[in-house]
Design a protein around this ligand. Structure first.
Ligand SMILES: Nc1nc2c(c(=O)[nH]1)N[C@H]1C(S)=C(S)[C@@H](COP(=O)(O)O)O[C@H]1N2
Ligand SMILES: [Mo]
Length: 437
């Protein structure tokens, strides 16, 4: 990754925030410790932030603590091998793809989002890379990438990968964490071997309950005994034939930030299950309790809660299949259409976790009427589906095009997301602005 405009101050800011967001807020902006919102920002702290952002911040009371204002993050960095991604944080690196750059049927590698929890391995030796399968198995395995290719059937599948926090920016009150808008989703072609085949070769015992996934990235603190992330899935999900231990993305080695040289792709579930820089899959006789498996990480209340409501730890459940969702990738929001020919082709993708999408509807009148778009079948299970529709605008003016997908269980995307403390699972309908001039 390289920075386009070298600016040591910004770099330090990111490092500071990565280490300890609360302390960073206190140092940089003079926020009162233990207050959980920047609403307590005042005096010199507020003045500093305003100066950095180039103006007074009318809604500064709403700014989440530990959030780096997007103006400081935007366009300050460019990532080698990525095109047009918006960087939300640079340490750890998190970058999303604007909706209109996700227009391709198959997400190109340079448009696939990046979500890192720690620091990726600096050097990667493909030839000496090994994957260990151990724990509740009859025969622990240690396999090189060449072994994987030789001993198991190599398959290519187009698979959706979405961060469980995609859409977090749409919650009010704001949830802490990366403020993803809509672009933490991709659907590339992944080549690898089936996780199920490898687990079967190791012989999964009857005592097996959950996987524990491990990779070669390191914790931001630099402490060797701390892991940035170690999540897993129940054995039944692990055995799904669409999970891959992948070594290629779109027919080429994957991007270093997307897990080169080896990663899991566990489609339909939070992206965090798809471990990058994969070194070990341990089979456990209980639900995994690794980094980001417990507390409020990738977990949501098991009942609906009011925005801002406190939820006791025991009432959280681990997120499994992601909910139905769609994304308008054309036209780009803000597009102008001529009133001499007031029609527009609208298209995008829809997906539904472990399920299929049964219909996508489009509205141009703020949801009062809906017309069904045409919708393709997925090229394989867990690939997103594509929708398209021609829409006509009755007169000049401001319109919003809305898309609403419904899954094969009859569940439709809501207008408002269901609030939860960490801002997961925002599957509210996608809206783009169109002006007819
Ligand atoms: N080793 C490792 N694997 C990881 C992560 C990580 O930080 N380290 N992030 C996870 C999360 S939260 C997501 S959403 C996906 C993102 O995959 P991508 O960066 O290839 O888009 O990777 C997952 N796998
Ligand atoms: Mo994620």
């Amino acid at each position: 990754m390289k920075k386009t405009e070298p600016n040591q101050t910004e770099r330090n800011l990111f490092e500071l925030y990565a280490e300890d967001p609360t302390e960073a807020d206190r140092i940089v902006f003079g926020r009162v410790p233990n207050a959980d919102r920047r609403g307590f920002l005042k005096g010199a702290g507020l003045a500093t932030m305003a100066a950095m952002l180039g103006g007074f911040i009318p809604f500064h009371r709403n700014m989440p603590a530990g959030m780096i204002p997007v103006a400081l993050a935007e366009e300050a960095f460019s990532i080698e091998g990525k095109d047009g991604l918006v960087v939300l944080n640079d340490r750890p690196l998190n970058a999303e793809t604007p909706a209109h750059l996700l227009d391709d049927a198959v997400t190109p590698t340079d448009r696939h989002f990046i979500r890192n929890n720690g620091l990726p391995p600096e050097t990667v030796d493909v030839d000496s890379w090994t994957l260990t399968i151990d724990g509740e198995v009859d025969k622990p395995l240690e396999l090189s990438i060449a072994d994987l290719k030789k001993q198991f059937e190599v398959v290519t599948l187009q698979l959706q990968l979405e961060c469980g926090g995609n859409g977090r920016a749409g919650f009010e009150p704001k949830a802490k964490g990366n403020q993803w808008t809509v672009g933490a989703i991709g659907c590339s072609k992944w080549t690898g071997v089936r996780l199920a085949d490898v687990l079967k070769a190791a012989g999964v015992k009857d005592t097996a309950v959950y996987t524990a996934n491990f990779g070669a990235d390191t914790h931001l603190s630099g402490q060797a005994d701390k892991l940035p992330i170690s999540r897993g899935v129940p054995i039944a999900k692990a055995m799904n034939p669409y999970n891959l231990i992948a070594f290629e993305q779109n027919g080429a080695p994957m991007h270093p930030m997307n897990g080169h040289p080896l990663r899991l792709v566990i489609p339909g579930w939070p992206g965090s299950c798809s471990h990058k820089w994969l070194t070990r899959v341990q089979i456990r006789d209980q639900v995994h309790d690794g980094a980001k498996m417990t507390g409020s990480s990738y977990r949501v209340p098991r009942y609906p809660v009011a925005p801002g409501q406190e939820v006791p730890d025991e009432d959280f459940v681990i997120i499994e299949s992601l909910p139905v969702k769609s994304l308008i990738t054309y036209p780009e929001s803000g597009t102008e259409v001529s009133s001499s020919h007031p029609v527009a082709l609208v298209r995008g993708h829809a997906w539904a976790g472990d399920n299929k999408v049964s219909k996508v509807e489009i509205s141009t009148d703020f949801g009062s009427t809906w017309t069904e778009a045409s919708l393709t079948e997925p090229v394989n299970d867990f690939a997103w589906q594509h929708f398209s529709a021609d829409v006509r605008f009755p007169m000049a003016g401001y319109y919003e095009v809305w898309a609403r997908a419904t899954d094969d269980q009859g569940r439709a995307q809501p207008f408002e997301p269901a609030w939860n403390p960490k801002g997961y699972l925002n599957n509210s309908i996608h809206r783009v602005a169109v002006r007819v001039v």
